[in-house]
Design a protein. Structure first.
Length: 218
């Protein structure tokens, strides 16, 4: 005869529910681990290439007022409040599958964004070195500041440039010792190549005047 304690434990943990905690753990930690693996593999591919990576030219965001700075925080707060109300009305068990699906979709979209960013710049350096490469574009240095290394980048010299043909200033991060000597007002010649899906990338730069595109190597 089974003891009373055994019966109580069986009632609290039915045989069919033994997989629930394991599935929850996989759902919580599996998607982030997958995204880390994707990022590691893409970084491994970049490290195996013997070419200087194409550097993104990022437009400088402009804000019209305090509201433009606060709306992302307000939106996040509204989403949290709405999620709390839904959980309160429907119950945690009914909402949990939706939250789990949203969590999984979030990390899958992040992994897809990493892959898209990697493919967007693949082969751009070789494209910029061909004979058919476009002529260098003149750019004026607006500001210069040192950016320390972080988990997202190796750091270097961040330039704000006014590029010819572009309406708004753009940021360019150079991991090059020669870039530290640049100062506001200097003129650069940039070798620009469009990405496969969008955006502009710098495959070479030098201090103007530039006669032909020269590649800077770290």
């Amino acid at each position: 005869m089974p003891s009373t304690d055994s019966l109580n434990r069986s009632a609290l943990n039915p045989p069919g529910n033994g997989w629930t905690s394991q599935r929850t753990a996989w759902l919580i930690f599996g998607p982030p681990a997958f995204m880390v693996a994707v990022r590691w593999l893409l970084q491994l591919v970049d490290d195996r290439q013997n070419t200087v990576p194409a550097l993104p030219l990022v437009p400088v965001s402009t804000t019209a007022g305090t509201l433009d700075l606060l709306w992302p925080l307000a939106l996040a707060l509204a989403v949290l409040v709405a999620a709390g109300l839904v959980i309160y009305r429907l119950g945690w068990r009914r909402v949990m599958p939706v939250i789990g699906g949203a969590w999984l979709l979030l990390w899958l979209l992040g992994s897809g964004a990493l892959l898209q960013r990697h493919l967007n710049r693949q082969g751009l350096v070789l494209q910029g070195m061909t004979a058919a490469a476009p002529a260098p574009v003149q750019a004026r240095v607006v500001s210069v500041r040192f950016k320390p290394a972080s988990l997202r980048s190796l750091g270097g010299t961040e330039l704000v440039l006014q590029v010819g043909g572009l309406d708004i200033p753009n940021r360019l991060l150079l991991d090059d010792a020669g870039a530290a000597a640049l100062k506001p007002g200097d003129t650069l010649a940039l070798q620009l190549v469009p990405g496969r899906f969008g955006g502009l990338f710098v495959t070479g730069w030098q201090a103007a005047p530039a006669v032909s595109p020269l590649m800077k190597t770290p």
